[in-house]
Each structure stands twice: as structure tokens, then as C-alpha cells.
Design a protein around this ligand. Structure first.
Ligand code: DX5
Ligand code: ZN
Length: 220
């Protein structure tokens, strides 16, 4: 069970100390949401910000590209310190070249799918990715409500993984709190991205531990 706090829910007035706090929280990845104001109706931050955070946080930098033209951003984020990058399957014909580019940069590859998109769209890529990110809200903003209908997609992702003998992680992102993390784990998720669900608790370290336990307990 991997826990990935999303920086989007941190206090942007003091990003450096927030990145340090996440580093010490016992979490596995730092999730970095990149929004371009086009693929999603919001703008977050870019490679320059990620670069400034790299020296103060040792976790895996998990860059989630909610962008219409990620091809112009892969190299800048690789240079800024990303360890893995997730692109969206909604980019259709761009997906294959983007995966190639990420591999050539030596980065782990994530593929994300939005709530309205059918699972058939990700099927051709399953043997080429390190993680499948099942979006459990429509991307663009933190603090939205978990969409329960997405649980069947997690089931499907886990069934395919088993049947095809693959090893991709199954990640969830959006409205992940202790109880929704448990529901996702029960369906087969193993990687939990959470913004508001973690940061609303004063003690981030305790919240990370509690979410990890909620997910692990739900699998047994
Ligand atoms: C949503 C982003 C998420 C966001 C999750 O567009 O991809 O990573 O930070 O925020 P919460 O956990 O608050 O729903
Ligand atoms: Zn995200």
C-alpha cells in the first residue's frame, strides 16, 4: 500500500516547509498535480516550482500531467526531478509517443483515466505502463467528492492485471479519505493519492499511517 499526499492541498504560502512535512510524514510518494488551464479548468504550478522542492523532499516525485500538450513538459519535469510521470489516456493518439518519450528519459510511466472515459481505452497500453491511475473525481480541483461508480474500474484493472500476469500499480486519485481508500483497496487499488483527505488532519504523519492501515485492513 503506497500513500501519496497531493501537494495541491498543502499551504502554497509555504511550499518548502510543506514539502519537508510530507517528507517526514512516512508517505511513499509526493504527488504533484500539473494543470494547464486547458485540459482542466485550473492552473497549478510548473517545473520551476518542482525543482525548488526537489532538494527538500526525498520521496518519489510523482508528476500528474493534466495537460493537453505534455510532450513539451516531459523533459522540463525530468530535469526538475520527477521520478515518474502520469499522462492521460484521453490524449488518444499522443499516448504511445508519450510513453516512448518517458521511457527514453528513464522515467516510470503512469496512465490516468477520467471518470467518463471507458476502460477499453486503457486496455492497449497495460503491458507498457508502471501504474494505472483511476481518477475518482473529474480532475481540476482538490476537495471534490469521491465518485463511487469508479470502483468497478478498479475491479476491472485488477482482473486484467491478474489475467495478463502484469504488475502495474493501481492508483486512485480524488476524494480519497480513510473510508474511500478502504473501498478502493477492497476493489484492488494499492496506491492512494490524497490531498484534502490527509491535509485536513493536523497530524499528517498520523493521517498517512491511518490511511495505510485502512487500506491494508480492507484487503484482508
Ligand atoms: C485532482 C487532482 C488530485 C487532487 C486530489 O484534479 O488530480 O490529485 O489533488 O485532491 P483531493 O484528495 O482533495 O480530492
Ligand atoms: Zn492528481
Amino acid at each position: 500500500m503506497l500513500i501519496a499526499p497531493s501537494l495541491l492541498a498543502a499551504n502554497f504560502a509555504r511550499l518548502g516547509s510543506e514539502a519537508v512535512r510530507i517528507d517526514r510524514s512516512g508517505a511513499d510518494w509526493l504527488h504533484l498535480d500539473i494543470m494547464d488551464g486547458h485540459f482542466v479548468p485550473n492552473i497549478s504550478f510548473g517545473p520551476a516550482v518542482v525543482k525548488t522542492l526537489r532538494p527538500v523532499n526525498r520521496l518519489t516525485f510523482d508528476v500528474h500531467l493534466m495537460c493537453s500538450h505534455p510532450e513539451i513538459l516531459l523533459e522540463p519535469f525530468a530535469k526538475a526531478g520527477a521520478d515518474r510521470m502520469t499522462i492521460h489516456v484521453e490524449l488518444e493518439s499522443q499516448v504511445t509517443p508519450l510513453i516512448w518519450k518517458l521511457r527514453s528519459l528513464g522515467k516510470q510511466v503512469g496512465l490516468a483515466i477520467n471518470p467518463p472515459t471507458g476502460m477499453a481505452s486503457v486496455e492497449p497500453y497495460l503491458d507498457r505502463i508502471d501504474s494505472l491511475l483511476v481518477m475518482t473525481v473529474n480532475p481540476g480541483f482538490g476537495g471534490q467528492e469521491f465518485i463511487g461508480e469508479c470502483l468497478t474500474k478498479i475491479d476491472q484493472a485488477a482482473a486484467w492485471r491478474e489475467r495478463l500476469g502484469l504488475k502495474y500499480r493501481i492508483a486512485v486519485d480524488g476524494g480519497i479519505e480513510f473510508h474511500t481508500a478502504a473501498h478502493c483497496a477492497e476493489a484492488g487499488a494499492d496506491t492512494f493519492i490524497s490531498g484534502t483527505g490527509l491535509f485536513k488532519h493536523k497530524n499528517l504523519k498520523a493521517a498517512v499511517a491511518k490511511m495505510r492501515k485502512a487500506a491494508a485492513d480492507a484487503c484482508h
